[in-house]
Design a protein around this ligand. Sequence first.
Ligand SMILES: [Zn+2]
Ligand SMILES: [Zn+2]
Length: 423
Amino acid sequence: MSTLLIKNCYAVLPEKEKEEKCSILVEDGKIKELYTHVQEADKVIDGENLVAVPGFVDIHVHLRDPGQTQKEDIITGCKAAAAGGVTSLLAMPNTLPTTDNPETVEYVLNKAKGADAKVYVAASITKGLESHEATDLEALAKAGAVGLTDDGRPVENTAILAEAMKKAPELNMTVVAHCEDLFLAKGGKINEGEVSKALGVKGIPAAAEDCGTAREIALAAAYDVPVHICHVSTATSVALIRDAKNRGVKVTGETAPHYVTFTEKELLSRDADFRMNPPLRTEKDRLAVIEGLKDGTLDAIATDHAPHTPEEKSDFEKAPNGSIGMETSFSASYTALVKTGEITLCELVKKMSTNPAKILGIEGGEIKVGASADIALINLDKKWTVDPEKLHGKSKNTPFKGRELYGKVEYTILDGKIVFGGI
Ligand SMILES: [Zn+2]
Ligand SMILES: [Zn+2]
């Protein structure tokens, strides 16, 4: 039997909508007591200046493994997760080969055993993400996949997407949709608007994302099945999701820390670390996304952690889309949303932990007796400056580099074991 004691911390208890002073006793990987009087354990952490939150559940992560391990691999990706307080993550299927077959699902799950985070797998809806041929959803579910998506690109064939959305609930899988009309987006590099004009770069209109969001919602409404909308970045997509929710459509939505922090103006620097898909939008969009988080239209915050090498990111226009995010996810969100008074700490924890766990139907998202001890301990008052060289993943492409953020993850505990901090 091994024990861990976190003494005198403030625990965020999302299900009770509050924070409480407590001492958490962990035994054999599970939370044994929340208000313990026990004073000794195999390992004791002084929680005096720390807030305990349920480990974050990041449902949008590219681990690049198999096939692109020069960018990231399952082990280093999980180290990055641990450094950001993320204890569970959903790995996207745009790997090489594509995660469109049971063997690749099993490869990811096997390699993740003993990693510093729990890895859940999203398999693809079409073979090779090519939108022509459907994957074998039953076989993928049997192999252990819990998510379905062609992320990186949308499923162009709406009939195949509809079939996947109809079958997913029976297989306990969640469809997480990258919404984009490829014809409208074709050749675009950044948001279509003032900045794309100023830079003479082809833009991606907000409508490319919004047409996709509208299509996914139309399917969810028509068949009365759930769909989760990934990385919402536009005011119109927020409005579409809000309206659908009001009509009882089973839609949930997520955004990412970069969409509540930055706008397209960052692109004037011609720094490819600010290029992602969907692209950074306008101030109007940024404010609408924050409003969506505040009123519950957007349920979750996920990172779309997308590692690329410095060489790939060195050319502004040729660079692939995406930025890393797991190590800055809490701090960036806390700085942009809680420090500014937009939402409370408890609401943020729900969006980063409780809600994504529910959306995916996995364990996690709560600090309660009997639950796995997946906990992040955070010093909310600590300011830190993001230094890409000090991050724990393989790639350095963070748009938060050089930014001063509030709230530092000091420890991450996974199944009762310290996987980050406190050495
Ligand atoms: Zn995507
Ligand atoms: Zn993605």
